[in-house]
Design a protein around this ligand. Structure first.
Ligand SMILES: Nc1ncnc2c1ncn2[C@@H]1O[C@H](COP(=O)(O)OP(=O)(O)OP(=O)(O)O)[C@@H](O)[C@H]1O
Length: 334
């Protein structure tokens, strides 16, 4: 069942175009020229209960704007978002109280905690804000303390926490009121490998045992590989791809690279055609052949070994990282 429904969601930012040159700041105050950015462009998607969806896209693609619309931080220019619940669907920017009970949010770049208060005091404030009943608060806090290993810094002011500790505190604060939906905007940004793994392990646990539905944006593809079965690839404010992770690889990289090092007679140039396969010479002298997933590699190898010796061979399958790298590069060059 769809828990989150997004229909034709659109956000256009409009700001006054800054005037450059002499008295630019002053002249900007009086100019009528507007600069428009269509950050989110009529996007549609739904998220079912229990899913973990990873939102990917290059810088400026519209991911953060989408999360801000989903959480109600921003009003859209058009379209709608609904989060289902027992007392009917809630629209983030309109039904603030109901939506607050249904969602938890963590922004990796910005803490939601009170900077000067010890972590535990921030938790008490969050519980009061969300009207979490005493016994439920106690139960949830005990579970979150254990899962996120919060005890060593529970009484430390937030400003003194390391980034990894602060992130664990933010995750706990976001889930103290048991929301069915968790939005994470770059939850592992800036963390070391161990801290990243703690965050990923926790999100996985919240999803599996707590059935929390998760939508996260990230630039770290390991987050997606570890947590998400589904990807939303966003670019220029549009959804380019919505589906399983391996489906993205299959759609955008229906091939693998075969690298061979040859002994014996070789052409002088940088290209070598063997039985219809075209190879290009790498810097290290190997030949790189792109072979379709369904094409037989043995045909290439038979042709390569004809009159020469194959000294070395490796097959490089495309993975999420190589596909995403190519997609982002196309966008930059396109
Ligand atoms: N407050 C704003 N006013 C005007 N334009 C904005 C504002 N916030 C974002 N934008 C523009 O909207 C577009 C989408 O930005 P957004 O921050 O949503 O992208 P993103 O995918 O989250 O990027 P990143 O990966 O760099 O965080 C960009 O062109 C950005 O410059």
């Amino acid at each position: 069942m769809a828990l989150i429904t997004v229909r034709q969601l659109t956000k256009e930012y409009v700001r006054t175009r800054p005037v450059r040159g002499r008295f630019g700041t002053l002249r900007t105050l009086f100019t009528r020229e507007k600069e428009r950015t269509l950050a989110v462009d009529h996007i549609d998607f739904t998220v079912d209960e229990g899913e973990v969806v990873g939102c990917l896209g290059p810088n400026g693609a519209g991911k953060s704007t989408t999360i801000k619309l989903l959480t109600g931080v921003l009003w859209p220019t058009g379209g709608t978002v609904e989060v289902a619940g027992p007392d009917g669907p809630a629209v983030p920017w309109r039904d603030r109280k109901r939506i607050a009970r249904r969602i938890g949010v963590v922004f990796g770049q910005r803490s939601q905690l009170w900077w000067d208060l010890p972590l535990i005091e921030s938790f008490k404030l969050v519980a009061a804000l969300y009207d979490v009943p005493g016994p439920r608060y106690a139960g949830n806090l005990a579970r979150l303390r254990r899962l996120l290993e919060l005890d060593p810094f529970l009484h430390t002011p937030v400003r003194q926490l390391s980034l990894g500790q602060r992130m664990r505190g933010d995750l706990a604060a976001a889930l103290l009121h048991d929301p069915p939906v968790l939005y994470l905007d770059e939850p592992t940004v800036g963390l070391d490998v161990l801290a990243k793994e703690t965050v990923r392990g926790f999100v996985d646990e919240a999803n599996r045992s707590g059935r929390t539905t998760v939508l996260l944006t990230t630039h770290d593809l390991a987050d997606v590989e570890r947590l998400c079965r589904r990807i939303l690839l966003i670019d220029h404010g549009r959804v380019l791809y919505d589906g399983p992770v391996d489906g993205l690889v299959r759609r955008y990289a229906p091939h693998r690279d075969v690298l061979v090092r040859l002994d014996g007679a070789e052409p002088a140039g940088d290209r070598l055609t063997l039985d219809g396969f075209v190879g290009e010479r790498e810097h290290d002298g190997r030949w790189r052949f792109r072979v379709g997933r369904d094409e037989p590699v043995h045909r290439l190898l038979a042709a390569a070994g004809d009159g020469r010796r194959i000294r070395d061979l490796s097959v490089v399958e495309s993975n999420l990282e190589s596909v995403v790298r190519e997609l982002y590069r196309d966008r930059r060059e396109g």
